[in-house]
Design a binder for this molecule. Structure first.
Ligand code: COA
Length: 416
């Protein structure tokens, strides 16, 4: 099966998570992604949080599948010449170095554009160009705080809290991938490349737009009726942390199920969708609530929503999270078990769909990774293991026209 991005050559000058997540996605869909890494060390994540001594860490393997690895010291004259050759032959260069690092290396946008006017140069930075923090180095949690997510996550009586989901890193990589694909289509129209930039702060803000919605509602009316603070608690002038409240118009909460005393994940998320109220009452054995004016409408329920959740927890007390969902799904109630990572790793549906895949690795043996979350009717991405450091250096240099002798000289100059 041919892949839509076949023939697109990408210089993958990325490291850690945000950039690698972007280029990995493009590699799954057929792009030839050449990961350029510093000789001897490579991407820092190869060594971070290793679980097997002397083998690439999962942090690296899970973000760099389907790529080739070229070691190249782009600060040496010889290394710069190789990179220039590569730039002339490539469609996209992706990087997420600290601000200014690529320029210091001598590869400014102007220089890259001069070398190859068709090249798309895609960058991730912590903050956007011209931002008063544009010089900052940024990691995941820094972005979650700067993007408004942390101030609105967690419980009202605790500190701002970051999410386990990589809103700053992988999310930014996904935004960048959309930018690159857009620029590729644009190039088809104009024949020219362009600069594509995504900041981690902006990508987090893009996912926090409902909280900006809430800020404006709060400014206007002074309260947010779907938050636990309503109607008994106090609101200040900023969007509060709402615990596990539903973010839309449907109240919801994480509720205890059988075994919660010993199992930290024996919970379900339960949503009280307005039109499902009647089936909820029937499921709970509370048919009298259907017409009770204190319960019949969403507005009437809100002042005692936590008493309702308590009643639902009493109903859940003798049911596991899976049993509960199996009953509730029949009543069309939006709900799900709180799944642990262990349960996700072994979930047969996720294995069957290719969302969780096991891939071979030359040194590690096989490892689990997250496959493509995007499903196509005409493409089934095949996830392959990540490359060893420099595994494809000679192959890529030979493709660029370097002879064995010239490759030997690059070795001697410590450029590869
Ligand atoms: N050959 C020669 N030098 C190389 C090289 C190569 N193949 N690859 C990288 N380098 C150099 C860079 O040019 C830079 O040199 P300089 O500081 O002398 O200009 C140096 O390695 C370090 O790069 P840097 O990006 O500053 O790494 P860091 O470990 O200090 O910072 C981050 C890491 C992630 C904080 C930083 O890169 C950053 O803020 N990136 C943008 C936001 C981002 O993507 N964050 C991470 C999300 S997962």
């Amino acid at each position: 099966m041919s892949k839509p991005l076949e023939g697109i050559k990408i210089i993958d000058f990325t490291h850690v998570q945000a950039g690698p997540a972007c280029t990995q996605l493009l590699a799954w869909f057929g792009a030839d992604v050449i990961k350029v890494e510093r000789p001897g060390s490579g991407d820092v994540t190869r060594n971070q949080l290793r679980d097997i001594p002397e083998a690439d860490a999962l942090y690296f393997t899970m973000l760099n599948s389907n790529k080739r690895s070229l070691t190249l010291d782009t600060k040496t004259q010889e290394g710069k010449e190789v990179l220039e050759k590569l730039v002339r032959e490539s469609d996209v260069l992706v990087e997420n170095f600290a601000p200014g690092a690529l320029d210091r290396m001598g590869f400014t946008w102007e220089r890259l554009n001069e070398l190859n006017p068709k090249l798309i140069v895609a960058s991730v930075k912590g903050f956007s160009d011209g931002h008063h923090y544009e010089d900052l180095k940024v990691y995941e949690n820094v972005a979650q705080c700067a993007g408004g997510a942390a101030s609105t996550t967690g419980f009202w009586d605790g500190p701002p809290t970051v999410s386990a989901a990589a809103l700053g890193d992988s999310n930014t990589g996904m935004h960048l991938a959309i930018g690159i694909l857009t620029a590729l289509i644009g190039r088809g129209q104009t024949g020219r490349g362009q600069k594509v930039a995504v900041s981690m702060q902006d990508s987090v803000i893009n996912l926090c737009r409902v909280k900006l919605r809430d800020q404006q509602r709060l400014d206007r009316v002074g309260f947010l009726e779907e938050y636990p603070q309503y109607p008994h608690g106090e609101f200040s002038d900023v969007v509060p942390r709402g615990g596990n409240a539903g973010g839309g118009g449907q109240p919801g909460w994480v509720l205890k199920c059988k075994g919660w005393e010993t199992d930290p994940n024996a919970y379900i998320y339960f949503t009280i969708q307005g039109h499902a109220w009647e089936p909820i009452c029937r499921a709970l054995g509370k048919p009298e609530w259907i017409s009770d004016p204190n319960y019949a409408t969403a507005q009437a329920r809100q002042p005692h929503i936590f008493d309702i959740f308590k009643t639902i927890e009493e109903w859940l007390a003798d049911k596991t999270k899976f049993e509960a969902v199996d009953i509730l799904r029949k009543f069309d109630i939006p709900c799900a078990p709180v799944l642990s990572m262990k349960e996700i790793a072994n979930d047969p549906s996720l294995r069957a769909s290719g969302t969780i895949v096991e891939v071979p690795h030359k040194e590690r043996g096989s490892y689990l990774t997250v496959g493509s979350p995007i499903k196509f009717s005409g493409l089934k991405p095949e996830i392959t293991g990540s490359p060893l450091l420099g595994e494809h250096t000679e192959e890529i240099l030979a493709e660029l026209g370097y002879s064995k002798d010239q490759i030997g000289k690059l070795h001697t100059a410590k450029a590869i």
